[in-house]
Every structure is written in C-alpha cells, then in structure tokens.
Ligand binder design. Structure first.
Ligand code: AHR
Length: 510
C-alpha cells in the first residue's frame, strides 16, 4: 500500500477560522423558500409558517450566517415588493429563473426566520435593475431606528426595533451576461462605490471603515474563473471600491456529468483548483492594496460554492410558482469532492472570511423537503455537519508528500487534508480525502499540540460512486464510525484510508 506522510505543528498556523466560513445561502429560487423553509399549514410549521423540522436540520449544520434573497433573483428584485400586508404585495415575474414570485415571504419574514434559526442575515441590494437610492432606502428600512417614512414602514410592519443588518452584498454576479442588468467592470465599480458610500451614510457612518456597528460590504467579484473578464473584473471593481468595501465575493460550482462521461480525475481535482482560484484572487486584492497604498485589508467572501450539475436540463414549465428547480441529488462521488472543497476553504482561512454553501434547502442543497411531508439529509450534509461543528480555532499548515494525478487543472493531490486546532477547547480535528483508486496508508505526525487522544473517527466510503440518499433509502450514504486509532507518543498515528473516501478524526489534547 502506498504511504503518504502528513506533518503539522501547532506553531505553524495559517490563520483563525471565521465562524462565517460555514455560512449558507437561500434564494427565491425553486423550492428553497416556499416548501423549503416556509410552508404555512405544514404539520411542523410554527405560527410564522417556518418549518421547525428544517430549522432543526439547519441547527445540526451549525450555519452562522445566511445570504438572501439571491442570487440571480436579486438583480430583478425590489425589496418593497416583499414588505407590508401580504394581501397588498405584488405578484411578479421573476426573469432570473422564469418563475412567478408571490412575495409572500420577504425581508421581515427572513429576519424573523433568522432570529428563530440563530442565524445572522446577509442581505443583498439590487445592482441590476435597482438604483443607489433603492439600496440606501433598503438599509434605512432595516437599520434606521424610526421617525422617517421608510423606517416607520418597518415599525408599522411589526418590527419596532431596527434589524441592524451588518452584512450587505452589493449585487450579484454583475460580470455575467445572464444577469438582469449586467454591467461592465467600470460601470459596476462606479455604481457599487456610490451604493456603498450612500448605504454607509444611511447607516450613520461618515468615515468608511469596518469597525463595530458598521456595515460589512461585499462587492461582486467574478462569477467563476472561467469568465473571460477574470481577474481583470476583480481588479477594476476593487480599484473603484477598495476603500469602501470589506469583502470581494467569489463564486464557483464544480460539476461531474455521467451522461457526458466527464473524466473522473477532472472532478477529483476540484479542491486543488479552488485553491488556485483563491490564490489568484488573494494576489489581485494585494495588488490593488499596494497600488492604492491602502492599509485596509479586504477579505474574500466565497459566497457561492458547491457541486452543481449545470448541464442538467430544465423540466419545469415557465412561470410556475415554487417549481422543482436545481434539485440536484448528491452522489457519494460528489460528497468526497465536496469534503475536499471544505478542506480548501479551511486551508485559505487567512483570506476567506465568509463562505456560503449554495444553497441550503431544496436548491442544490444538503437538505431536501417534501411538500407536506418529511425531510432528507443529502450525502453532502455529513461532511458539512462534521467539519462545521469541529473545525474551529485555527487552521494549521500541513506538509505532505502526497503523490499526484493528472486533471484538467494540472497535477492534483491524491490525499487532500485540513488540520484544525482549537486552543481554547483543546481539540484537534483532521479531515482527509483519498482521491486515489486504491487504499492508502496515511502517517500523521501532529506536533506540539500536547498529548493527543483520538475521540472520534468516522469514514465515508462506498463501493458505488453514484450512490445517493433518497426518501426511500435515506441512509445509503452516511459516515460510519471506525475504531479509534492509537496515538503513539501523543503525536503519531497511522491510518488506512480506503480508496475514494473521506475520513474525519477528532482528538483531545492535554
Ligand atoms: O445558486 C444558483 C445561482 O448560481 C445563483 O442564483 C447565481 O448567483 C449563480 O449563478
């Protein structure tokens, strides 16, 4: 059996993991909202129509922040459509997804839902059909205490206290021709700067900055690194907005199509590709910072990431309400790649301050629901749950002699890992993907953490790469407990990683 050595030392860290790395995303798209988190009349719904069973699963995932209301939907959305008495709210055509939007759920419901879910809201302002004025008024609606027509609208709608929403996206994927109101980098950069400035003024900020109580603004970066405009888009937009924003957003979906007979190696190289993509953006941010002689540190908000088979045909007719759209079913194969993407986010936690798994319920999601019925944990639910609950504190740099395989992204590592140490809780965790077609021995040397004892060891493996969880067979792809390994001298251990697998270990440190 081939052997890979992995070395980590508590003194060599990459950075602190921001809890917001485990964020997610809910868009007015398909059944994410309607029949997903919100289904009045469902036996598990509370008095607001929020499904308690779904809230329970989101709690298991330990998601701290959720981006809303889009996505592509955002670029045609007027926030005013979603507030006030429900019977007066307009029914609109949604040109992003070609559906009908009833506006039965809007900002007030979302904030209420966030409070019920113990989640921080991350709202977006429309930079497609929307104006700078509408963006500022949205901030006024949410954050101004009262005494103005717009803030008093919120109070009349039942929320006496301001929402104090801190995180705001300045539009969505504005580099994409598919976006409603798509702009060039220069046009968007100028508009985003004005929106940012005026949103801050509305929030009572006169000096920019991102200290306590101030808005955290996220400017739209490239939709993916295959865009012809990447990374020029990011450079130009940042040069316009650098002094006003806190994050540059990036998005990336990886996909594997069996129908197209995609080479498996290309898919398995996704985690390494994501790492390269982040590195290019890190460099772009640093370039702009140097050029502008700025002291400000802009971070990355990786606010859409996941596996998504975009080539799947659309089956629902036009203009339906809450149609079954983008309801990808995640395979075991997808899940081991997904775990590698999480490792990459952790290994770049010095630059990535926010991560949003896109999305959370029903739409390319770890949680599925049946109308009037039950819920299902997709296979991807498990790596997210284990990693988000345990990989806190700091990510520790790893050194490994893993061999590589060829993929369309270049050479990718067979063994992909992330090591996290929480000094306060004195816990260590290790996430390991084996992308080789045969079992591997991993020799771990974990130095200076104290006397390590394994407390949990789970493994996700399956003879069938295409295995999926379904409502009929919900546990086809679930992790299994393994016998705890002995740790020699409190720091060295050896593991057998099955072919094509994900393993996760937790240790206590004394
Ligand atoms: O998450 C689905 C869609 O993917 C989002 O609406 C858009 O921002 C991205 O292209």
């Amino acid at each position: 059996m081939k052997r890979t050595k992995i070395f980590a030392d508590a003194n060599l860290t990459i950075g602190k993991v921001d809890a917001n790395l485990y964020g997610s995303f809910l868009e007015h798209l398909g059944r994410a909202i309607y029949e997903g988190i919100y289904e009045p009349g469902h036996p598990a719904a509370d008095e607001n129509g929020f499904r308690r069973d779904v809230l329970g699963l989101i709690g298991e995932l330990n998601v701290p922040i959720v981006r809303y209301p889009g996505g592509n939907f955002l670029s045609g959305y007027n926030w005013r459509d979603g507030v006030g008495p429900r019977e007066n709210r307009p029914v609109r055509l949604d040109l992003a997804w070609h559906t009908t939007e009833p506006n039965a759920f809007g900002t007030d419901e979302f904030i209420k839902w966030c409070r019920a879910a113990h989640i921080e809201p991350m709202l977006g302002v429309n930079m497609g059909t929307g104006t700078v004025r509408e963006a500022a008024e949205f901030v006024e609606y949410c954050n101004h205490a009262g005494g103005t027509t717009i803030s008093d609208m919120r109070r009349a709608n039942g929320a006496e206290q301001p929402y104090n929403v801190r995180y705001w996206c300045l539009g969505n994927e504005m580099d994409g021709p598919w976006q409603i109101g798509h702009l060039s980098a220069d046009e968007y950069g100028k508009k985003a700067l004005e929106a940012a400035k005026v949103m801050r003024w509305t929030n009572g900020e006169t000096d920019g900055g991102a200290e306590k109580g101030k808005l955290r603004l996220i400017v739209s970066g490239s939709s993916n690194h295959e865009m012809k405009t990447f990374p020029e888009w990011d450079r130009i937009v940042l040069e316009h907005t650098y002094e006003q924003v806190d994050y540059l957003s990036m998005h990336r979906y990886y996909e594997y199509s069996e129908d197209r007979a995609d080479p498996l190696e290309d898919f398995l190289g996704s985690a390494d590709d994501m790492h390269e993509y982040i590195n290019t953006l890190k460099a772009t941010i640093e370039y702009v910072r140097a050029k502008l002689r700025s002291e400000r540190r802009v971070k990355i908000s990786f606010d859409e990431w996941n596996i998504w088979t975009q080539s799947a045909p659309r089956r629902e007719p036009l203009w339906k309400r809450a149609p079954h759209l983008l309801e990808d079913v995640y395979t075991f194969r997808d899940t081991i790649v997904f775990a590698g993407l999480m490792n990459t986010l952790l290994n770049n936690c010095d630059a990535v301050g926010i991560g949003c798994l896109a999305q959370l319920v029903n739409v390319i999601a770890p949680i599925m629901t049946e109308k009037g019925g039950g819920t299902l944990k997709q296979a991807t639910f498990y790596p997210f749950k284990y990693i988000s609950n345990a990989a806190r504190g700091e990510t520790v740099r790893t050194f490994s002699d893993s061999d590589k395989f060829g993929s369309m992204y270049g050479a990718a590592r067979c063994i992909n890992e992330a090591v996290n140490f929480d000094k306060t809780g004195k816990t260590l965790c290790v996430s390991l993907c084996n992308y080789a077609q045969e079992a591997r021995e991993a020799e771990l040397e974990l130095r200076s953490f104290g006397d390590l004892k394994a407390t949990e060891y789970i493994e996700l493996t399956n003879a069938d790469l295409g295995a999926v969880n379904t409502f009929e067979s919900p546990e086809a792809v679930v992790p299994h407990q393994r016998e705890l390994p002995a740790v020699k001298e409190g720091s060295r251990l050896s593991l057998t990683l099955p072919a094509m697998s994900w393993s996760f270990l937790k240790f206590s440190a004394k």
